[in-house]
Design a protein around this ligand. Sequence first.
Ligand SMILES: Cc1cc2nc3c(=O)[nH]c(=O)nc-3n(C[C@H](O)[C@H](O)[C@H](O)COP(=O)(O)OP(=O)(O)OC[C@H]3O[C@@H](n4cnc5c(N)ncnc54)[C@H](O)[C@@H]3O)c2cc1C
Length: 397
Amino acid sequence: MSVDAQRFDVAIVGGGLVGLTLAAALGQDGFRVAIVEAGEPVTDWPQDSIDLRVYAITRVSQQLFTQLGAWEAMQSRAGPFRDMHVWDAGGSGEIHFDSAEVGEPCLGHIIESRVIETALLDVIATLPGVSRFCPARVQDFADAGDAQQVLLEDGRTLSAGLLVGADGRNSRVRDYASIHAMVSDYGQQALVAVVATEKPHQQTAWQRFLPTGPLAFLPLFDGRSSIVWSATSDKAQRLLQLDDEAFCATLSQAFDHRLGAVLACGERVLFPLHRQHAQQYVAPRIALVGDAAHVIHPLAGQGVNLGLSDVRELAAVLHAAREQQRDIGAFAVLRRYERARKGENLAMMTAMDAFKHLFGSRVAPLRWARNLGLNLVDAAPPVKHQIMRAAMGIQYP
Ligand SMILES: Cc1cc2nc3c(=O)[nH]c(=O)nc-3n(C[C@H](O)[C@H](O)[C@H](O)COP(=O)(O)OP(=O)(O)OC[C@H]3O[C@@H](n4cnc5c(N)ncnc54)[C@H](O)[C@@H]3O)c2cc1C
């Protein structure tokens, strides 16, 4: 590979939300960073339109954005949710989470993907140590011993002591590192859309568990709601094909008319749902973050938040290694990151799977148990508060 490679401390492949956040964190810490992204960023859009991709951002992820100086730019389009209602279509089980019960102003915020992306790009633009290669695609990688090299399709070559794969579910970096990922298809697709409802959303995140999958209404900053309706692939296809009027009527009914009638619905898009977990997160001079390492069911809105926790941990490990004058690409250094993150990510994936199976079951004893369970948890503040803290991303020793 080229001897004229541009040299960096860290080369990040993938400029989605996780890769951009890592670039901002490392750039602010004085590392020389290259970030390679295939797609053009969307930085200009009609302000009255809503991005179909929205995320429930936990309080802990908000703290990270605040530390990086990106939160302020997102705030005007961040819809806080102070309450969460979860209930079962197959019985009387219901649970209500209220942020005031744990002394927090809210449980999290619903924010559009492009709003977060723009805020992070604005931060990165102020960091002289971060170089963006965008749009640019990776053609190949090579191991140069003391560095990993990245050859771009336009002929440029980058070289770095650490190569990070933030390149999503079909990670090329993961393949290059020969890291196997365990994949299972949930047999479900998530239908997402922005809807207007008869009653206000009351700054509440609503989730109803239907036998075919969970249906969530997430409160947007402008009074509308973003829906994520996970359903079997056949059902999701049928929902996609309904005309707007029939879809709004079906949605209102599926949602138990909790917010009255659904009055209008924007574009509908389907996302196939998979579970995926890389067997290792690291190899010599290579680390995986975000969906390149783990993909989970969106029912608790945790995917990107787990990726942001990867960022926080990897940035801390690299900072400590540099303080101790250790090689940031050394396997022993990177293993510290893997040890810190893999268990937590696996626990969250397992919990999501358990929820999905429990609430997808039509077996009578399981239905009774889950309804009883929801009502018992609702009546047991200590357990409930623990769940709320976990949902906010707040860790307790
Ligand atoms: C329906 C749905 C709803 C969700 N809701 C939530 C939610 O409410 N909250 C939450 O936390 N999570 C949610 N998630 C999960 C979330 O979408 C993902 O966890 C998150 O997008 C992962 O971010 P990432 O940056 O790791 O990967 P990605 O978003 O996949 O970004 C990877 C980037 O790498 C780039 N790339 C890939 N290959 C290359 C290459 N070879 N060269 C250059 N660039 C490359 C791609 O262009 C892309 O920009 C949801 C997911 C779904 C499907």
